[in-house]
Design a protein around this ligand. Structure first.
Ligand code: HEM
Length: 146
């Protein structure tokens, strides 16, 4: 999907680092932490801790347990430790390819992450909306204004 929008592997890996802040609801990470989804390896103690939060569909957990309110590069260190909350996070690390190199670079160099993130945000912001959809700044993030 990213490549269809002309966002390359570097953009995608940097943009995913936004998951260094914010929370996810249980329904989005339960398969991963309960082991139903075995696509990506998970740190066993992380899985156990997250199971405690994920007892019902609305159980919220921070993406980055250590520094949930700080926009830093901890997201990438978490991926290397197999502590990514979503399968779509963890899938960025572990296949030995280009994404692994990027994750390792961003985990070691917060400034490189910040630079690439800013560039990729501008690029993503310039993606034109689908035909017929008005361009708008949403008053609430989740729904369209109209
Ligand atoms: C592979 C692409 C992505 C997937 C599959 C994905 C998926 C998700 C999911 C499932 C949640 C949790 C929603 C919830 O349970 O309420 C979430 C939250 C979030 N996402 Fe993403 N996301 C992606 C890319 C991005 C990008 C590109 C950004 C920004 C540059 C972003 C920023 C955020 C933020 C800040 C939150 C936390 C929201 C909150 O705490 O209220 N995500 N994402």
């Amino acid at each position: 999907m990213f490549s269809r929008l002309n966002l390359d592997a570097r953009d995608m890996t940097a943009l995913s680092g936004a998951h260094t802040i914010g929370m996810a609801n249980c329904m989005h990470y339960s398969d991963r932490v309960y082991g139903t989804d075995r696509d990506e390896e998970i740190n066993p103690s992380f899985a156990q801790t997250m199971q405690q939060t994920c007892q019902g569909p609305s159980g919220k957990a921070p993406f980055d347990v250590q520094t949930p309110m700080r926009f830093d590069n901890a997201y990438y260190r978490n991926l290397i430790a197999r502590r990514g909350l979503l399968t779509s996070d963890q899938t960025l690390y572990g296949d030995g390819g280009l994404h692994d190199n990027l994750v390792e670079m961003y985990s070691a160099d917060g400034e490189a992450f910040a630079r690439d993130f800013a560039k990729a945000m501008v690029k993503m912001g310039n993606v034109p909306p689908p035909m017929g959809m008005p361009v708008e700044v949403r008053l609430k993030c989740s729904p369209a204004n109209y």
